[in-house]
Design a protein around this ligand. Structure first.
Ligand code: 5GP
Ligand code: MG
Ligand code: MG
Length: 194
């Protein structure tokens, strides 16, 4: 099977290289390891809950760098359909399998944009009885925030890079389910989605 065009040709600019991503992921993992390491004042190991599909690569790299006896689960939330503008009402289409009641949860997201998804998921985990909910997002687009969210209990907000207001793809992030396998994060050429 061969194809003359490459997925890399659809990228306008690379914002974060594999190396930059890997350094940031180790840094976030160290912060989580420190915050949950056993000492009399630290909480027990967290349940890491990834938001599928976008967070799958970030989560895979993150947990390999967290030195704790943690557990891993996924939820599925969809807010974009096939476009580049959030519909505002994220649909939860897959439940957690693990019992999070009485547990400290770290929600792992690819990107926090309007804040709708994270807000919806924090309420969902609160209703399931989680003791605290932290959010660990690789990218944050604060310029586009529409919803203010409160973390549950003594949950923390771990954030990798501040993302400029472009539609970005790669390292898990898609456009129409494509580009998730790019090893870097880049800006998609506008002619691809116009
Ligand atoms: P929010 O609910 O905060 O508006 O959006 C969260 C979800 O929208 C993210 O988890 C991600 O799936 C998607 N999203 C937001 N901005 C971008 C972007 O620039 N590129 C891609 N590929 N997805 C995005
Ligand atoms: Mg996501
Ligand atoms: Mg998407």
């Amino acid at each position: 099977m061969s194809s003359s065009s490459s997925i890399h040709d659809d990228i306008l600019t690379v914002l974060w290289s594999p190396d930059q991503l890997s350094h940031k992921v180790s840094d976030l993992a160290s912060q989580i390891t420190n915050d949950f390491s056993s000492s009399s004042s630290s909480p027990p190991p967290p349940v890491i809950v990834g938001v599928a599909t976008g967070a799958f690569l970030f989560l895979a790299d993150l947990v390999r760098n967290i030195n704790l006896p943690l557990t891993v689960d996924f939820v599925r939330a969809e807010s974009y359909g096939s476009g580049t503008v959030s519909t505002g009402v994220p649909k939860l289409s897959c439940d957690v399998k693990l019992d999070v009641a009485g547990k400290h949860v770290v929600l792992v997201e690819d990107i926090v944009d309007t804040g709708n998804t994270v807000c919806r998921l924090i309420s969902y985990l609160e209703a399931k009885g989680a003791t605290s909910v932290s959010v660990c997002t690789l990218l944050d687009k604060p310029a586009r925030r529409k919803v203010h969210f409160e973390l549950l209990g003594d949950g923390k907000f771990y954030s990798g890079f501040e993302c400029p207001d472009y539609f970005v793809v790669g390292y898990g992030l898609d456009f129409n389910e494509k580009y998730r396998n790019l090893p870097y994060i880049g800006v998609l050429k506008p002619e691809i989605y116009k």
